[in-house]
Design a protein around this ligand. Structure first.
Ligand SMILES: Nc1ncnc2c1ncn2[C@@H]1O[C@H](COP(=O)(O)OP(=O)(O)OP(=O)(O)O)[C@@H](O)[C@H]1O
Ligand SMILES: [Mg+2]
Length: 368
């Protein structure tokens, strides 16, 4: 098990004494054999966190433990880690096969055996036809896969991957994603992948830690992150097309609670009312485009005018504005529905699918 306890990393600049707090007090537990992702916008501290786990950077504060033992002072080479960096430095003078076999040769594994293992891994990563080339003769995506093979060949206890698939085309990415996951299960290696591709993170991981500005916003299963976002940041960050966020407040009317915003009035179902303390606060409703229906009824629905209809292939994306409001609401609708810009329709919110966030309390989800 890997544990991070209150880990902080500050980068100093000796010249002007400026300090950047890249990682701001992270607590994280990763079980043996688990596959987790660190996900977040550029600059949120993903690579820095990974480098501290690898031992290539020292934590400013806090503890990193492997199987209950503090490893802050342990040299990287003693940590039994396989790593693929964001900038995957291969040895330029070595052929691909020697690059892959390098960690084994370093451990004095006989050449024939090392080559055999290297070839096996290369096959799984679809680079077995490149074994006699030098890195300079490879594309970016091929170099990444060589780096991956090199990290895996020594069957490490921990595998750290920093954007390992950023240079691959969409199709190859999908293939490789499955392959990595399969290999990971086979070897049982505890794996941390860093990515800013949310789809990749959700698809491949047991759990995902979403970071923002050096802090973990939510560490949870892909299902919970999508369906039970802890706060507005998570809700906004995950999902394509993105969740609709409409600012307003909850008020009481005839003993029922109503979410009210410009052009929107929605009576909350009784089993999904908010605690009294949130009434009157600035609250945002979060609606996924797939969780809104276009319907005939006018009861507890929102009248909107369709502004734009876009083809997504399997479905269509509707951009509409409430008749009395000026914000766009995105709706995913079946292709069979004939919808035209300029038309007025009613939209219905699926009862157990909306979220409410209190903007006066850091956007926390007040319904989950
Ligand atoms: N050597 C350094 N000196 C000073 N600041 C640094 C250094 N390395 C990183 N930083 C800063 O620390 C913060 C986190 O950087 P980090 O590389 O961990 O981000 P990241 O999440 O991996 O981003 P990306 O997705 O762009 O790779 C950033 O604000 C970055 O500018
Ligand atoms: Mg990075």
């Amino acid at each position: 098990m890997i544990q991070l306890k209150g880990v902080v990393k500050e980068y100093g600049n000796a010249k002007n004494k400026e300090v950047t707090r890249a990682v701001d007090g992270i607590d994280l537990e990763i079980n043996q054999g688990e596959f987790i992702a660190l996900l977040g916008p550029s600059g949120c501290g993903k690579t820095t966190t990974l480098m501290m786990i690898a031992g290539l950077l020292k934590a400013t504060k806090g503890e990193i433990l492997f199987d209950g033992k503090v490893v802050n002072q342990m040299e990287p080479k003693d940590r039994n880690i396989g790593m693929v960096f964001q900038s995957y430095a291969l040895y330029p003078h070595l052929k691909v096969i020697d690059n892959i076999a390098f960690p084994l040769r370093e451990k004095k594994v006989p050449k024939a055996e090392a080559y055999e293992k290297a070839k096996n891994i290369a096959k799984k990563l679809q680079i077995e036809n490149l074994l006699n080339r030098k890195p300079a003769q490879l594309s970016g995506g091929q170099q990444q896969r060589v780096a991956m093979a090199r990290a895996l060949v020594k069957e490490p206890q921990i595998l750290l991957l920093d954007e390992p698939m950023s240079n691959l085309d969409a199709r190859l990415k999908l293939d490789l994603r499955d392959e990595i996951r399969k290999l990971q299960r086979e070897i049982g290696v505890t794996t941390i992948i860093v990515t800013h591709d949310q789809e990749e993170a959700l698809a491949i991981s047991d759990r995902v830690a979403v970071l923002d500005a050096g802090k973990i916003q939510q560490y949870d299963t892909p299902y919970n992150l999508y369906h039970k976002p802890k706060n507005l940041f998570i809700a906004n960050f995950l999902g394509t097309p993105p969740m609709n966020i409409v600012e307003g407040h909850v008020e009481e009317q005839d003993g029922r609670q109503v979410f009210a915003a410009e052009g929107v009035r929605y009576m909350l179902p009784q089993n999904r009312e908010v605690a009294k303390e949130h009434i009157g606060c600035r609250v945002a409703i979060g609606l996924r485009p797939n969780d809104i229906r276009i319907c005939e009824s006018t009861e507890n629905t929102i009248p909107v005018r369709i502004e734009l209809v876009e083809q997504l292939g399997a479905e269509q994306l509707i951009k509409a504005k409430p008749l009395a409001g000026d914000h766009i609401i995105r709706i995913v609708a079946e292709n069979e529905m004939k919808l035209k810009a300029g038309e007025t329709v009613s939209i219905r919110i699926l009862e157990n699918k909306f979220h409410l966030f209190n903007l006066e309390r850091n956007g926390i989800n007040i319904l989950s």
